[in-house]
Ligand binder design. Structure first.
Ligand SMILES: Cc1cc2nc3c(=O)[nH]c(=O)nc-3n(C[C@H](O)[C@H](O)[C@H](O)COP(=O)(O)O)c2cc1C
Length: 200
């Protein structure tokens, strides 16, 4: 891969980190990289919440865990399996040196009278948040960091907003755990290109 693209190949989902803190100037560099991502109409609907306060972190993760437990119980998951999953989640969110919540707002997206175009705008806002998230994770790789994109907030947006005191307009999309990697994950297998590409 050409040198400029090597960060694409180097990026891996990293779920465990050393305790080393991520310096403030590096956090800022990651956010600046995310801001360079393309967005629909250049509306830049993506919003980032850097969770610095340990009290906020505890409040967010314990409330999300409570909801997850309820969902797992409803699924019929055994108590033992629930405990294992919640312990892993508690550890991952409790120990990650840096947590960044990514969301979007529709406030500056285009407005339409019909359902189809309104839905398309919402999709565009979510897509914009997704590409910004990838940019942030690629920048993290370039800075020697690893990160994990966790989709948990999508399942409990109201809980996330209330825990962090965020406005109703904030649509939570992902909680990113970031830190210096404590392991070197191998690349999870990719489908063969022939199976996912159609040449017409
Ligand atoms: C939209 C999205 C949601 C994801 N949610 C989670 C998650 O909740 N927990 C997790 O451990 N990894 C999550 N991941 C990471 C994927 O599991 C990971 O990207 C995939 O296994 C491929 O590995 P790689 O990122 O190292 O290439 C998510 C990734 C994406 C793009």
């Amino acid at each position: 891969m050409p040198g400029d693209l090597s960060v694409l190949a180097a990026r891996r989902t990293v779920r465990f980190y050393t305790p080393a803190a991520v310096p403030d100037d590096v956090v800022r560099a990651l956010l600046e990289a995310a801001q360079l991502a393309p967005s629909a109409h250049n509306s830049q609907p993506t919003r980032f919440v850097v969770i610095r306060s340990s009290e906020m972190r505890r409040r967010l993760t314990s409330r999300m865990a409570r909801r997850w437990r309820r969902d797992l119980e409803r699924n019929g998951t055994s108590e033992a399996a629930i405990r294992v999953q919640l312990r892993f989640s508690e550890r991952r969110f409790g120990e990650a040196p840096l947590l960044i919540l990514v969301g979007y707002t529709m406030e500056e997206m285009d407005e339409y009278p019909d359902r189809v175009r309104r839905a398309a705008e919402v999709t565009m806002a979510a897509q914009s948040a997704a590409v910004a998230t990838l940019s942030l994770l690629l920048a993290a790789t370039a800075h020697g960091l690893g990160g994990c994109w966790c989709c948990a907030p999508l399942f409990c947006p109201g809980i996330v907003r209330r825990a962090l005191g965020l406005p109703r307009a904030f649509a939570p999309q992902a909680l990113l755990t970031i830190g210096y990697p404590a392991h070197t994950p191998s690349i999870p297998p990719r489908k063969p290109l022939d199976g996912i590409v159609t040449f017409l």
